[in-house]
Design a protein around this ligand. Structure first.
Ligand SMILES: [Zn+2]
Length: 213
């Protein structure tokens, strides 16, 4: 009898250990992982300015169906002017020169996501070198149908990085585009308080246009 009780106690302890391991593993995998690479600032090209991520450089042929702030939206929803899925598969462009820090499928409401970090002058309207103190911002491109870049890639302004998608059939095709002053933080929910450094991407782009010849 005592050996039976001992066996029971051991089995119980083992079960408890297994449960603990499972809970710990879940907590780790559930946590939103930051971009795989966190570069030092010197590795990030200095952006000479920002263009729109669709219909580059000026979003010609597209409209922002849900601008930043509307319904507490934390980005822009770029749609082809013809509506529905007419923009499915259209190219998405890097808004500025930068370093790809993430290119991954998050599933759910995000789908395929690309993030690019950019080094930029903080002086409004003057994005180039020598125009003032520098900072780092991040652009985020979501619901992509296809991803054409990998973490660690250097991209130029206007370079195709993927195509407009539906987040695996969840929405009519559009690009959810965010611009953040915080880099490499959680994806968040796309709506709500701009707690993750989200700013109005259109206002930012308009304040940081590249020099035109
Ligand atoms: Zn959106």
């Amino acid at each position: 009898m005592p050996s039976r009780a001992l066996l029971l106690a051991v089995a119980l302890a083992l079960a408890l250990l297994a449960l603990l391991a499972l809970v710990t593993l879940r907590a780790v995998t559930d946590r939103e992982r930051p971009p795989a690479r966190w570069p030092d600032a010197a590795a990030i090209p200095l952006a000479d300015g920002f263009d729109f991520p669709v219909g580059a450089p000026d979003a010609r042929g597209y409209r922002d169906a849900q601008p930043f702030g509307l319904n507490q939206h934390l980005g822009s929803d770029w749609n082809g002017v013809l509506g529905a899925d007419t923009d499915l598969g259209d190219p998405v462009f890097a808004a500025a020169a930068g370093l790809v820090t993430e290119a991954a499928d998050h599933g759910g409401g995000w789908g395929n996501v690309v993030r690019v970090v950019h080094r930029v002058s903080s002086a409004p309207g003057r994005a180039g070198a020598g125009a003032g103190p520098e900072r780092v911002v991040e652009t985020l491109y979501a619901h992509l149908d296809r991803i054409d870049v990998r973490p660690g890639d250097l991209v130029t302004r206007g370079q195709p990085i993927g195509t407009i998608g539906t987040a695996h059939g969840r929405y009519l095709a559009h690009l959810h585009f965010e611009l953040r002053t915080s880099v490499g933080v959680a994806l968040g929910g796309g709506y709500g308080d701009p707690a993750l450094g989200q700013v109005d991407p259109t206002a930012f782009i308009q304040a940081h246009r590249p020099p035109r010849r």
